[in-house]
Ligand binder design. Structure first.
Ligand code: ATP
Ligand code: MG
Length: 218
């Protein structure tokens, strides 16, 4: 379903990723692990083609980073749910409206978006708080809204960038168990994390990164 093939990404004075190759199939549960600055976010960004490889290529279904036209990238993104490291939540909209807005941005009609938003919030157990604004929600609840937003359009894959950052162990466990339940329905999940406790509680394939390179073991 997804492969990175000898992918390198260079920033001005250094490499963000160097010769990284991974394959992900339907239903896989994969962790990207590595110290801060290792390239985890960079790797995830190449998957949704927010960054294009300078060497190598990404293949996601029919989409290839070497061939894709810029105007086709939104179609690729309809199949990928992203939980961003910095949330990217709109403070002036409710939980429900954040999801409806995100669906609108990828071309889903307003009526359909409302149905999808409600279903996604139910899936993460937050329907009772759908009309709250972000400032009325806890950190863990906001993280669940972000997961709801990522799954609302029935993606084939979820990319979760440090979804348990700054959460207490119990809340972190709850967040990853939501990801695991989605995974059990066949959605592939790639989680970037430094949280070894969740890796122990929810085992999966581990890809280690250090200074942009894939390494065997930390
Ligand atoms: N847009 C950019 N321009 C220049 N350098 C960048 C850019 N984005 C990331 N980098 C650099 O690339 C390297 C990898 O960054 P990345 O954000 O992928 O790390 P990370 O593993 O996600 O770290 P963290 O655990 O702190 O989130 C870092 O050295 C970072 O400073
Ligand atoms: Mg990061």
């Amino acid at each position: 379903m997804l492969s990175l093939n000898n992918v390198s990404v260079y920033f001005k004075d250094h490499a963000g990723l160097l010769d990284v190759s991974i394959g992900v199939n339907k239903g896989d549960f994969v962790y990207i692990v590595g110290p801060t600055g290792a390239g985890k976010t960079t790797l995830l960004r190449t998957i949704y083609m927010d960054l294009m490889p300078d060497d190598g290529f990404v293949q996601f279904g029919e989409y290839n980073s070497l061939m894709i036209k810029r105007r086709r990238i939104p179609y690729l993104r309809r199949q990928i749910g992203v939980v961003f490291q910095d949330f990217k939540i709109l403070e002036d909209r409710t939980a429900f409206d954040n999801i409806v807005f995100a669906l609108g941005a990828i071309g889903v009609s307003s009526q359909t978006a409302k149905g999808k938003a409600a279903r996604a919030l139910k899936n993460v157990g937050l329907m009772s708080k759908k009309d709250r604004y972000p400032f009325e929600l806890s950190h863990g609840e906001i993280q669940r809204v972000c997961i709801a937003r990522a799954i609302a359009n029935d993606p084939l894959i979820i990319l979760a960038d440090e979804p348990t950052g700054n959460l207490d162990p119990k809340t972190a466990h709850g967040i990853v168990s939501v990801l695991r339940k989605l995974n059990e329905r066949g959605i592939a999940v790639i989680t970037a994390t430094h949280n070894y406790r969740i890796i122990r509680d929810f085992p999966g394939r581990i890809i280690y990164l250090k200074n942009g390179r894939q390494i065997e073991k930390m």
